[in-house]
Design a protein around this ligand. Structure first.
Ligand SMILES: C[S@@+](CC[C@H](N)C(=O)[O-])C[C@H]1O[C@@H](n2cnc3c(N)ncnc32)[C@H](O)[C@@H]1O
Length: 492
């Protein structure tokens, strides 16, 4: 039956992080969107429980069904409204119904609970309570924040002003605010749905979580610059970069997955992006010395990750710890290779690294390893007022979470090339002091990209001043060395 097949396809795509569940449902063009959304959402919520039932009853072996479809059918049979299909699926499911029901009952007895929802992992139960605001990024390539706000007011929404504290983002009913960190971001109450709104369909607004807006905002490439988005599909960050660049300059975007890239192409068209050049290519095989990329100064790297920060994916965490450790190690090694590769672009100034993972292995550990291997780069301290920092000692980076920042779980680091990177590379003594990753390390630059300065914190200024004083003698030595070098060159 079409409903079950569609729901299974959507669940599979959501698990592979090919898009948010809601977006996938709305993009499916299914005739009964509400019915499909309810089924996919509930099946996803109970995914962990359903998987256990299916595995302990060996349903896949007995029926030859694939896991996503089996989950949808078992959900509707045991917890939903009863199977609405006929034919071979119905007869297979009815044959196994007593065993499936018995397994569900056994799970409840084992966990000493009576309701289905009590079987959900704590994180999934929590996610019901901690609903995130509906964030709307205004696409400044197509419209202005003011025009979108006026349109929302005409649609019956009430504007409460610019948020000044995070708890101003806890909204109810038809209220909305402007975000306190990102100028083109509006926040609405969690249940607000804009998938059918004409502004969304026309590409004037992008439905993007606040944390996912941070990388492009922090990289902040100026109009006219050459920018590279290394792992770009489905392209929300690419369109954000294009908006910041005002469609001026060159925006190279790569992705390995042709299907995701095709979706991205449609989305970029809808968003009015024109400065991009898409390529279905492995970023690790892009030659940094190729003349086409010689002027790339900014890179956004948002590589594949575990997705452990995405609220909707948390209940899918595999139970096998060893397997999970191996998966994280392999992801971290891929992420580090991408980072190291990105830093090889000859004119690179800044690279922003982000993941929607909450694991240290994919975040701080990757950055620390990269700093060790690339002494010519250092971390930029980001948004001093942001409440959740990278785990010590990398507090220059940002973390985001449902509870502290009212976003999905996320991590962002900004690496910047030292002005004197070449000299650092060639000076063993200086190189050594750069590889220690400590809070007072010289691989850390205090300060903000020009457009990001928030209310400055006196303590921050003191630290910068101290860092400046500390490095002064080194500066003098370097100057002396430079003069000496010049003299030698002249003599040559
Ligand atoms: C986290 S997603 C990127 C999301 C995207 N930045 C956005 O905001 O819409 C990671 C992407 O990296 C792609 N990818 C994985 N390995 C890659 C590689 N070696 N080269 C290029 N893209 C890769 C995946 O296909 C996937 O689309």
């Amino acid at each position: 039956m079409a409903l079950y097949l569609k729901a299974a396809q959507i669940l599979e795509k959501a698990e592979k992080k090919q898009g948010a569940l809601k977006t996938l449902v709305y993009d499916s063009k299914f005739s009964n969107i509400k019915q499909l959304f309810a089924l996919a959402c509930e099946t996803q919520k109970y995914s962990c429980v359903l998987q256990q039932i299916i595995e302990s009853t060996k349903l896949l072996k007995h029926t030859k069904l694939k896991m996503p479809l089996a989950k949808v059918l078992v959900y509707d049979l045991l917890m939903g409204q009863g199977l609405k299909c006929g034919g071979s699926w119905k007869s297979a499911m009815m044959k196994h119904r007593p065993r499936l029901q018995a397994e569900l009952a056994r799970m409840k007895v084992r966990q000493k609970v009576s309701r289905n929802e009590d079987l959900l992992p704590a994180s999934a139960q929590q996610s019901d309570q901690h609903q995130l605001p509906r964030y709307v990024r205004v696409n400044t390539l197509m419209t202005t924040v003011e025009d979108v706000m006026d349109c929302m007011k005409r649609d019956g929404f009430t504007y409460l002003g610019q948020a000044v504290r995070l708890d101003n983002l806890n909204l109810k009913g038809k209220n909305f605010v402007r975000d306190l960190h990102l100028p083109e971001l509006l926040a609405f109450s969690p249940k607000t749905d804009f998938h059918d709104h004409f502004l969304y369909k026309a590409g004037h607004i992008i439905l993007q979580d606040k944390a996912s807006c941070l990388p492009a905002h922090l990289l902040n490439p100026p109009p006219g610059s050459h920018v590279l988005d290394a792992c770009a599909a489905p392209g929300n960050k690419t369109s954000h970069l294009a908006a910041i660049m005002k469609n001026k300059g060159r925006l190279f975007a790569f992705d390995l997955d042709a299907k995701r890239l095709a979706t991205m192409s449609t989305l970029l068209l809808r968003a009015g992006v024109t400065c991009h050049q898409l390529a279905n290519q492995d970023f690790l095989k892009v030659d940094p010395d190729c003349p086409q990329y010689k002027d790339v100064e900014y890179i956004l790297l948002d590589p594949s990750c575990s997705g452990s920060g995405m609220m909707c994916l948390r209940d899918n965490a595999p139970a096998d710890e060893e397997k999970e450790e191996a998966r994280l190690a392999s992801l971290a090694s891929f992420q580090l290779r991408c980072l190291n590769h990105g830093l090889r672009f000859p004119r690179l100034k800044r690279l922003v690294y982000s993941t929607c993972s909450i694991h240290r292995q994919e975040n701080e550990e990757v950055i620390a390893a990269c700093l060790k291997e690339n002494p010519g780069f250092r971390l930029v301290r980001l948004l001093p007022q942001w409440p959740e920092r990278g785990l010590e000692p990398l507090s220059q980076c940002l973390r985001a979470s449902v509870t502290t920042t009212l976003t999905h779980g996320f991590f962002v680091a900004l690496l910047e090339k030292h002005k004197d990177a070449e000299r650092v590379k060639n000076t063993p003594g200086v190189q050594k002091s750069n590889v220690e990753v400590t809070p007072s390390d010289s691989s850390v630059v205090e300060g903000e990209p020009a457009a990001l300065v928030e209310n400055s914190d006196p303590e921050e200024k003191l630290t910068s001043a101290a860092a400046e004083t500390e490095t002064s003698p080194n500066k003098k030595k370097r100057k002396k060395r430079k003069n000496k070098q010049k003299t030698t060159e002249k003599a040559d």
